[in-house]
Design a protein around this ligand. Structure first.
Ligand SMILES: CC(=O)SCCNC(=O)CCNC(=O)[C@H](O)C(C)(C)COP(=O)(O)OP(=O)(O)OC[C@H]1O[C@@H](n2cnc3c(N)ncnc32)[C@H](O)[C@@H]1OP(=O)(O)O
Ligand SMILES: CC(C)C(=O)C(=O)O
Length: 553
């Protein structure tokens, strides 16, 4: 782009990590999850959540199975303080859940934080200060030593207030803006913090390495995590946590690669709410794991409920193509996708091994509380299989395969003309008009059929050329007999190419549906459909439907 002066941007430096191990690793278990919806998510909202919304979101997080929840920055505002107090006073924190609070290394803020924490049995105090070269220079005007001193001062303050707190306190330290920090410095400050805290087997520390701003390709973040994992003192007692943002659109990849690189814990939000482009989306991470056969230890069996609560609390809409939860992610409009999904679902029904193997659907929509209803939707990109699927799934018509091209073409002519999606009812309407209301040159009135051994006798009543005709004949089945009766007066020659039938509806109200394909010398084959309580009548009606279509002028 010519308008940008050379040197304004520069490539992210390469990480010196010979023999990197993470590319050979695989994710085999869920990490420790920590939701930061109520903190990072909340601080990025146009309208931060009020008490009611916070309580609703907190309840949802518990329901989903989060055991670590960052509930806010209680020293920053009254709402945040009051929310934590409400959780404590109303005993809303289950014993197996650790509440987390964010705070800077400033005494009045730490003091206020512990005031808010009074009565909490298990809390993580999340201390942060920015360590990036840009922030050291621009925001703090401090040297590396002074930044380490700031962090140590924070640790000392947390230790001081910890002594007075009646409950367990865990320390989390974030060298904030880690991705803009030299690795040696990030390790030095983290090691200084853990040593000062007194890291030990019974005093583990969470070192959170945030991609506060996502600045590089995800493999670089993985390198950084592996590098840190190899340079943090007392590694066995350090819980390496990730906290990725999505500035480059790769927070999911960065987090997954970081897990390969040794991260133990993941901070993120539901549906990616968070500063700027958002935090990493925990739903996507968890369901990515599920599709690899790994139990994510979070319950996303009803994503629509999650969507509904999160959208209400954050006042943020969800993109219809958002992985796993968007409105359109289980929908195919295009013909070849519809065909493959349709066949895949049929194959899946009979599959013995249970392995999910439906083309274009990486996850069974039912596993996240979605139905198959809207999987196939019809517009001008759709094919015959999609139309047949809609007619069967929504209305019970099991069209013979040979009929699919005919109805597919008829529906596509409408979608092409209209240039929009057709609703299932509109497709049914086209189907009904085509097969049940064709222009009639011959109309069915009544039929009786008697079958004895292999011979059927048919008496048919119909209107043709302005008069009612009654004709009888025999044949080797009702259709043959009816055709023979009809041909006494009917002038168009035809043969019957195919016939199929099925019943539809429950036993008490079941109807018979018949499909007949007729062929004349002049025209291509043509289908007709008939419905009746009686199967023989349905098939004769289908013949009339086909004849009216085949010989219409
Ligand atoms: C990457 C993240 O998401 S970090 C989390 C960010 N979240 C928030 O900021 C939301 C809540 N924050 C707030 O409500 C406010 O910023 C408060 C209450 C924390 C502080 O408020 P104030 O002191 O009034 O204002 P402000 O944030 O501008 O303070 C900036 C000062 O804090 C210093 N500071 C910033 N971060 C830290 C830190 N982690 N530790 C110590 N000091 C810090 C700055 O250097 C600056 O110092 P200066 O006044 O000497 O220039
Ligand atoms: C406080 C830290 C972890 C943060 O929110 C970030 O770096 O994005």
């Amino acid at each position: 782009m010519n308008h940008i002066k050379a040197g304004k941007y520069r490539p992210y430096p390469k990480i010196d990590l010979p023999n990197r191990e993470w590319p050979d690793n695989t994710i085999t278990k869920a990490p420790r999850w920590c939701s930061v919806d109520l903190r990072d998510g909340n601080q990025a909202l146009i309208n931060p959540m009020d008490m009611t919304k916070k309580l609703e979101l907190f309840a949802l997080l518990l329901k989903l199975g989060f055991k670590e929840i960052e509930v806010g920055f209680p020293s920053a505002s009254k709402v945040e303080f009051d929310f934590l107090r409400r959780l404590v006073d109303d005993k809303l924190i289950p014993d197996d859940v650790t509440i987390q609070v964010l705070v800077q290394a400033r005494e009045h803020l730490i003091a206020k934080t512990f005031e808010a924490l009074k009565g909490v049995k298990k809390a993580t105090v999340h201390l942060y200060n920015s360590t990036s070269s840009a922030q050291r220079k621009i925001v703090f005007g401090k040297s590396k030593e002074e930044i380490i001193a700031l962090a140590i001062e924070g640790v000392d303050l947390v230790k001081k207030y910890e002594k007075e707190h009646d409950g367990e306190i865990f320390l989390e330290y974030s060298p904030e803006s880690f991705t803009g920090t030299e690795l040696e410095f990030a390790a030095a400050i983290s090691n200084a913090v853990t040593a000062r805290w007194g890291i030990a087997d019974n005093r583990k520390v969470i070192i959170n390495l945030p991609a506060t701003v996502e600045m590089s390709t995800p493999n670089v973040y993985a390198d950084q995590i592996e590098w840190m994992s190899k340079h943090l003192d007392n590694r066995k007692n350090v819980i390496i946590s990730t906290h990725t943002h999505n500035d480059r659109g790769t927070s999911i990849a960065a987090t997954e690669l970081a897990l390969l690189a040794g991260a133990d814990r993941v901070e993120g939000t539901l549906l990616s709410n968070g500063e700027r482009t958002g935090n990493v989306d925990i739903i996507t991470l968890a369901l990515n794991m599920l599709t690899q056969g790994i139990d994510p230890k979070l319950n996303f069996s009803n994503v629509d409920e999650v969507l509904e609560v999160v959208e209400r609390c954050t006042e943020m809409p969800t993109h219809p193509r958002h992985p796993y939860v968007g409105d359109l992610v289980y929908t195919a409009f295009s013909g070849s996708h519809q065909d493959a999904i349709n066949k895949g679902l049929a194959y899946q029904k009979n599959s013995q091994n249970g392995f999910w193997e439906v083309p274009y659907l990486p996850i069974d929509p039912k596993d996240v509380g979605r139905s198959y209803e809207s999987i196939i939707r019809i517009n001008s990109q759709s094919g015959k299989g999609g139309v047949a699927y809609i007619l069967e799934k929504n209305f019970g018509y099991q069209l013979p395969k040979a009929m699919h091209p005919e109805i597919g073409k008829i529906v596509q002519a409408v979608t092409d003309e209209e240039g929009r999606e057709l609703e299932p009812d509109e497709i049914l309407d086209i189907f009904n008009k085509t097969y049940f209301e064709p222009d009639e040159h011959i109309s069915f009135v009544d039929v009786t059929v008697e079958s004895l051994k292999k011979v059927s006798t048919c008496t048919i009543v119909y209107n043709y050329r302005g008069k009612e005709i009654v004709a009888s004949a025999q044949g080797n089945g009702p259709i043959d007999a009816c055709k023979n009766a009809l041909m006494k007066d009917y002038e168009n020659e035809f043969t019957i190419n195919s016939y199929s039938e099925h019943s539809c509806g429950d036993k008490s109200s079941a109807k018979a549906i018949a499909y007949i394909e007729v062929q004349s010398k002049e025209t291509l084959s043509c289908f007709g459909v008939g419905i009746d309580d009686d199967i023989a009548t349905a098939s004769i009606k289908a013949m009339f439907s086909a004849l009216n279509r085949a010989f219409s002028n």
